[in-house]
Design a protein around this ligand. Sequence first.
Ligand SMILES: Nc1nc2c(c(=O)[nH]1)N[C@H]1C(S)=C(S)[C@@H](COP(=O)(O)O)O[C@H]1N2
Ligand SMILES: [Mo]
Length: 319
Amino acid sequence: MSQPWDLPEREATPEKVVLSRRRWLKRIGLGTLALGAAGAAVWYHWFRPGTDEEVLRSNPYEAPAKDLYPAERNKHFAEVDRALTEEAEAARYTNFYEFTSFKDVWRKVAAFRPVPWTVEVTGLVAKPRTYDIDSLVRAFPLEERVYRHRCVETWAMVVPWTGFPLADLIQKAEPLPEARFVRFVSFHDPEHAPGQKSRSQPWPYNEGLTLAEATNELAFIGTGMYGHPLLKQHGAPVRLVVPWKYGFKSAKSIVRVELTDKQPATFWSTVARDLYDFWANVNPNEPGQGMETMLGTKERRTTQPYNGYGEWVAKLYAT
Ligand SMILES: Nc1nc2c(c(=O)[nH]1)N[C@H]1C(S)=C(S)[C@@H](COP(=O)(O)O)O[C@H]1N2
Ligand SMILES: [Mo]
């Protein structure tokens, strides 16, 4: 006699189909696992943070004037109000849009060649000169200075730079009376710097200062960090260091320093004027800039006017 729970034979799922369904489920399960494993491998290859050893040593090059490092620390800039950033933490998280718009620049700079290299000092000067990088590093006495660095993205670090005052380089060229600004131009080599293939950005990277800012005691030409020549991702073989301004002012891998009588256009102010103003002094009163986070320790700090360097530079902006 037929019961309500009896299925007519034609509606019952044949056993064969049930079995093959089970097999499929199992396969999908295995497939998901396999995909997961492949995904993890891809993630591991591209996004894993990188060991200290990797970020510091994956991109060696024959650096100029290596024998001059470490240089003696300048006692006036021997420390700041907070600890030095771990070298590997600084090296792991860098901005260098010529190579990538992500922070893992160390993964992308293998093809970059910081030697041979020349730096031209030119424009409104009596004595223009092109320095080979080795002669540039040897031309002025190297010293070490511990400076705070503050990116407009609100991360910050404390770094011992090696280099010499920018004022030395500028004075040597003998600025003409009509010189009022200094323009800094980074290298241009899209073949080795894939970021420069983007046509929506005004390559090469360039920045500018007034002549008064550029010859302030703090403005520095960096050739090294942490007691040795610059790593590629930090802007080898030579960069600018302007500690009272947002980091984007500190142009990396520069090839030209040009004195002008007009305020130069700059890379970022061309891309987004409001965010990357020519003046760009670190200022806690700007929207979103009140706090900063230290690389490595993730310690939060309140932003200081002029990044803590008002004593040296506030006079430049007194009206
Ligand atoms: N040529 C060049 N210089 C550059 C940049 C860049 O993308 N290209 N980024 C700037 C920014 S936004 C900052 S915060 C600092 C970062 O220096 P670091 O990566 O060595 O810490 O470099 C600056 N100099
Ligand atoms: Mo920055």
